[in-house]
Design a protein around this ligand. Sequence first.
Ligand code: GDG
Length: 469
Amino acid sequence: MSDAEFVVVANRLPVDRVVGPDGEEEWRTSPGGLVAALEPMMRSARGAWVGWPGQPDVELEPFEINGIDLVPVSLSADEVEDYYEGFANDTIWPLYHDVIAPPQYHREWWEAYVKVNRRFAEAAAAVAAPNGTVWVHDYQLQLVPQMIRELRSDVTIGYFHHIPFPAHGLYAQLPWRDQVLRGLLGADVIGFQRAQDATYFLTAVRRRLRHDVKGSAVTIPTDDGGTRTAVARAFPISIDTAPYLELAARPDVRARAAEIRASLGNPKKILLGVDRLDYTKGIRHRIKAYGELLEDGQLSVEDVTFVQVASPSRERVDAYVHLRDEIELAVGRINGDHDTMGHTAIRYLHQGYPREEMVALYLAADVMLVTALRDGMNLVAKEYVATRADNRGVLVLSEFTGAADELRQAVRVNPHDIAGLKDAIMTAVAMPPAEQGKRMRSLRRRVLENDVNAWSSSFLRALDEVRKR
Ligand code: GDG
């Protein structure tokens, strides 16, 4: 089956296995911006999606769902531990997020990463049509571009990096730094979220591999004595805005937003945080700043409630277990000190919710707190903005997110600066409606014009230009 004109390679297939009421198993598409953006292309261009089905030791034949060919890559339980939880999520993730948590370097994890990357590359090389296009996604698969090129020099290869790329001083820690750079340079176009990420990558390429770099173009010597060019630059990702606009306009979702406010005791202001429970998201800093505002008496639980959704994530990685304990201790302390019978300081929810409920929360929130210490983009910020059709609400946004490059009218914060974070929260809580409207209109224009379709089109255009050369 080597006939797919367009192949997506990502760690996960865009499906989840669900067990029905009678114990029968079936696959359901998991909604996400990436799927939405690529679906039309996948359908019109005989597309295939190569990825892990999300459970260990599951051997599956390729299958089709909603017109997309899915090509499952199987991982053993040990590989999930070493390649995914280990190298991807406990080496690369912390290193690339500025070592907020200490990266763990283990040779067995690296070996598993190489082996699994090769399996993904072989699966992609087997399904791609002659002269087809392969688009590889994210930090779990950094070696795949070069591995595909070795197997199939006829295909055009793109790679998109969803997380930050670190400054050279940090990147240089990685014991396998040169191998990873060579892996990525197998792509014709290497996309990053921010211009800064691309610059850091190009610096690493120049300093480690001594390749010639001009602007965004890298000249790479080839085995036959010639050269080829790879382009590395920013393509800021966005959201599929349509479902957010639709849900935000739906009467039942709006009624649910009012119900949420009432159930919190109708506070004057609702502050909201929505994150995977991850140490990169700055949840602890946000809670600390808010707790101090209650302590100082600048805010009162009679007037303000902070809702924090922390959806469960990577629960088998130690750093995440500790983080959860720390956050829950802090929340318990603050609530213990400040709650009254009728009002709570922090409504903390360690749960995942359907998208309808997320939108109802966005609609209920007067202030959205996005205080990540480091974040490739942060789509929550864009989702909040998209749902605010009444141009009300304030986004507090960390400078260390990719979104900060675009969402200039947010209240910007350095989340490491707790005093500054407290000021930003107070500015947001007190912002007059006219000022909210002015800022939100500009934010919404940006998000609605640059949605995920604009992102994928611009990346694919860049790939096309390479092909024409
Ligand atoms: C990586 C990069 C980059 C969260 N909890 C629930 C839920 N979510 C949804 C949000 C949002 C998504 O998950 C999270 O996206 P983010 O961009 O905020 O963060 P990461 O998961 O870290 O994503 C990031 C992104 O890739 C894309 O390139 O922006 O920087 O780290 O869509 O709404 N959705 C539902 N229930 C939940 O409980 N339904």
